[in-house]
Design a protein around this ligand. Structure first.
Ligand code: B12
Ligand code: SF4
Length: 447
């Protein structure tokens, strides 16, 4: 399924002042083009522990721009949108479906002030047709080696409406170290604790799980970055704590082993998505500084129980992700699931309601079965019911979601569980001499 809109031009498109877009706002002779990246705020899950992660898409996108572009970032999670920005181009980066309606509002406001607005990122790819109504240009796909064409067109006043590189993936050697210097780093902390920095070592996924749009977006082939670049990037990050956001660390055993062996000497501590359930690989992950990992809890089987045990035995924490409302779930499922999670001594749990995001196999099926209730995207947060469950009412599924969060955190609150994980990383750092006293305090805050 590709969103092929390529080639359509912006014939006759005008700014609010009636002048053609692009040409009027190209950078003056000899002046660097100014781009402001905007990352719109998205609603967090109501019962989730608070966090303020720096956005990853924008800093990777910024690295794909040529060095002579003057780039700034406004992340609305930590700072107000700067509608009076003097940038030549506003580049909205959007990741999640629930981020889109607000991202469109922001773009409309900028465009009403005569600004040229382009869109990119995962959310843009999943909502390309709607986004086109709020953008001067939409960019679909990965930016490395491709974004220069858009910038050139903008500078020459011939911006096209769509730049479509979906399913046409760049050489991974083109992915540069993210431009983290555009982040207002002092704002990414919670109660004085610096948040992790995000990075990725690969793209694509060879699996095709029912609730996931990653294969639709990034393809079914595993695409690793050259390892020396990944190591160089990790080494360059001024933070001992990282989140390796690769879709899954279970794609290629040999690659994983080499990655972990090479990360180990850097003594970083990191979080990741699920790691291949293999003794040697888990040992190497632990030695490489794996602090805790996400694990999808799909059932209450011995397979999952043993997997969690094997991970925890190596000193790696586990945050379980549990999707509620599958066809096989009855009204009692949450009760059984929480009992199981407490019994296997999970460190943290994140409950979401099954959500038929665009580009996922589950959306196709629920659409075919006429079970999708609405497409009000701001409610596609993962915390709301937007489809008709098979074995219970919408109300019952809502209750199940509330119950799961409350029951799991009843005996030991989110704060206490987070604090325990934090102590764990302090411990790891003290053992290998990498512990640094926190030096950050919130200076500005927004929202
Ligand atoms: C990291 C991540 C998160 C982080 C986000 C942190 C952050 N601050 O960035 C966290 C952990 C918070 C998160 C949460 C959730 N996530 Co998430 N997450 C991801 C993940 C794994 C990686 C995203 C990423 O950084 N990719 C790497 C960057 C470099 O790629 P990129 O953003 O596409 O950027 C490139 C291009 O798009 C382009 N680009 C980017 N911006 C721009 C801008 C312009 C103007 C241009 C031209 C180009 C451009 O340039 C970049 C380089 O090529 C993706 C899966 C994936 N592989 O993408 C899921 C994913 C985005 N998440 C998903 C989901 C479902 C969730 C949750 C709802 C539920 C959950 N438990 O997973 C929650 C949110 C719950 C809530 N409402 O509170 C879904 C999206 C669903 C949707 N349609 O909304 C994804 C796709 C995974 C999936 N299962 O399908 N997530
Ligand atoms: S859930 Fe993970 S393993 Fe499954 S398709 Fe998505 S990224 Fe791949």
């Amino acid at each position: 399924m590709s969103l092929r809109f390529g080639g359509e031009t912006l014939d006759g498109a005008r700014t609010a002042t009636g002048k053609p877009r692009g040409a009027r706002r190209r950078a003056g002779e000899g002046k660097a083009l100014k781009i402001q990246i905007v990352y719109p705020k998205w609603p967090k899950l109501a019962k989730q522990p608070e966090f303020r992660l720096p956005p990853h898409g924008p800093v990777v996108f910024a690295a794909a721009l040529s060095d002579d572009v003057d780039v700034t970032l406004r992340d609305e999670h930590v700072e107000a949108i700067e509608y009076d920005s003097d940038a030549d181009l506003i580049a909205v980066s959007a990741t999640l479906t629930c981020q889109m309606p607000h991202a469109w509002e922001i773009a409309d406001r900028y465009r009403a002030r005569g600004k040229t607005v382009i869109f990119g990122g995962i959310g843009t790819m999943l909502h390309a047709a709607e986004t086109m109504q709020h953008a001067d240009a939409v960019f679909l796909g990965e930016a490395e080696g491709r974004i220069d064409a858009l910038i050139e067109d903008f500078s020459k006043g011939r911006l096209r409406k769509v730049y479509d590189y979906s399913n046409d993936y760049p050489n991974m050697a083109l992915v540069k170290t993210a431009r983290r210097n555009i982040l207002a780093r002092e704002l990414y902390n919670f109660r004085g604790v610096q948040m992790v920095d995000l990075l990725h070592a690969s793209r694509g996924c060879r699996f095709n799980c029912f609730p996931c749009c990653t294969p639709y977006l990034g393809g079914r082939a595993f695409r690793p970055r050259p390892l020396d670049r990944v190591i160089e990037e990790i080494d360059s990050i001024d933070n001992n704590r990282l989140f390796i956001v690769d879709n899954s660390l279970a794609q290629d055993d040999e690659w994983l082993k080499t990655l972990f062996k090479e990360i180990a000497p850097l003594k970083k501590k990191w979080i990741s998505h699920p790691i291949k359930d293999d003794d040697e690989i888990l040992d190497l992950a632990a030695r490489a500084g794996c602090w805790y990992m996400y694990q999808a809890i799909v059932d209450n089987s011995d397979r999952i129980r043993n997997r969690i045990r094997r991970v925890k035995e190596r000193g790696i924490g586990v945050e379980g992700t549990v999707i509620l409302g599958l066809d096989e779930h009855d009204e009692e499922y949450a009760r059984r699931a929480v009992d199981f999670l407490l019994e296997v001594d999970l460190d943290l749990a994140e409950f979401t309601v099954l959500t038929p995001f665009p580009g996922t196999p589950i959306r196709e099926r629920l659409e075919r079965e006429g079970r999708i209730l609405h497409n009000e995207w701001s409610h596609y947060t993962g915390g709301e019911v937007v489809f008709r469950p098979r074995q219970m009412s919408v109300e019952a599924l809502r209750g199940m979601y509330e119950y799961a969060w409350d029951a799991f955190y009843a005996s030991s609150s989110k704060e206490i569980r987070m604090a325990k994980l934090y102590l764990k990383v302090l411990d790891m750092e003290k053992r290998d001499g990498t512990y640094k006293k926190v030096r950050l305090a919130p200076k500005r805050s927004w929202g």
